[in-house]
Write a protein that binds this ligand. Sequence first.
Ligand SMILES: Cc1cc2nc3c(=O)[nH]c(=O)nc-3n(C[C@H](O)[C@H](O)[C@H](O)COP(=O)(O)OP(=O)(O)OC[C@H]3O[C@@H](n4cnc5c(N)ncnc54)[C@H](O)[C@@H]3O)c2cc1C
Length: 342
Amino acid sequence: MASYDITVRGAGVMGLSVAYVCARRGARVQVVDPNGPASGASGGIVGALAPHTPENWNPKKAFQFDSLMMSGDFWQGVEVTSGLPTGYARTGRIQPIADDHALGLAQARAETSKTLWQGRATWTIEDAGDWAPLSPSGEIIHDTLSARLMPRQATLSLAAAVTALGGSVVPDAPDSGAVLWATGVTDLDEMTAQHTRLVGAGIKGQAALIAYDARDLPQLFGDTVHIIPHHDGTTAIGSTTERDFKNTDLDALLDDVLTRAYGVAPMLRDAPVIERWAGVRPRARSRAPMIGHHPFRTGHFIANGGFKIGFGMAPKLAEVMADLILEGRDAIPDGFEATASL
Ligand SMILES: Cc1cc2nc3c(=O)[nH]c(=O)nc-3n(C[C@H](O)[C@H](O)[C@H](O)COP(=O)(O)OP(=O)(O)OC[C@H]3O[C@@H](n4cnc5c(N)ncnc54)[C@H](O)[C@@H]3O)c2cc1C
């Protein structure tokens, strides 16, 4: 029987990115998932890697900023190792400015971004161009920190990269070495069943992919809808946020999202919808990632709670988890420890 340094349970972006970083550092890694890579939330189509607003800085925002800054090298390394695309590009983001109040906030954030983003990305107010025609004020926020990738392809690329580094990705295998649980909503439900109160829960999201080629343009965020041009000539539109749901069926709530997207960007209206997709986001009670030592499986580790920003957090989170698992070095920021959600 083969022996490994680490067994990762769950082949979504959380598990695979930790497996990939550990394999790059020379560890023998196996990833086990009965449903295969990208079969959970990570098999989606939206892929906005967008920052929090540059104000009221806290450890979560700082961690996400670092992770976004690491993303270019991280995903390029995955592509080179696997030979498969991830769809990553730092194309920026545009947000319409609704009124004077929003303009005032945007101006304040333009100032704070200069310090908080350390001159490594900008948040500026500009005239709305053709790509964001329906900005009520005629002005938009343009940030150069936001990036995008294609989640499903990025996850499959990660799995291929793990294999290329000598690791294995299999449907079933016994534990060998250290064990990391990255099983998303399944583990949140299992932990809640073992605890006296909610540890986390799934939040359903529906999104669509349309045949509109805007591949080099920034993503748009308006009327709470993300519009993400992808590298392959498609554009993603998402997503719903559904706490109460019975299944992952697609329904009229997705049509509402599309209608709002067409309001923000009317030129998308005639583009054919080529895919409708629904998934369930793993949301920890703290709303922050849940990483470190597993609170219920003694001696094991956990990487969960990616919620709406799992792909944005993955590069840094994977490094921090590799530090802990391989070297016993705990650099987990306050509030991200798994115990914060108990
Ligand atoms: C509609 C929607 C839009 C989103 N948009 C974005 C976005 O724009 N940007 C962003 O950063 N994030 C986004 N997210 C969030 C992101 O997709 C998640 O944070 C991320 O995919 C979570 O990854 P994960 O690996 O924790 O979970 P998952 O991808 O769900 O992976 C968990 C895996 O565990 C496996 N598993 C379950 N039980 C077991 C077991 N016992 N043993 C082994 N394996 C098991 C499952 O088969 C699954 O493959 C979105 C999510 C949705 C649903």
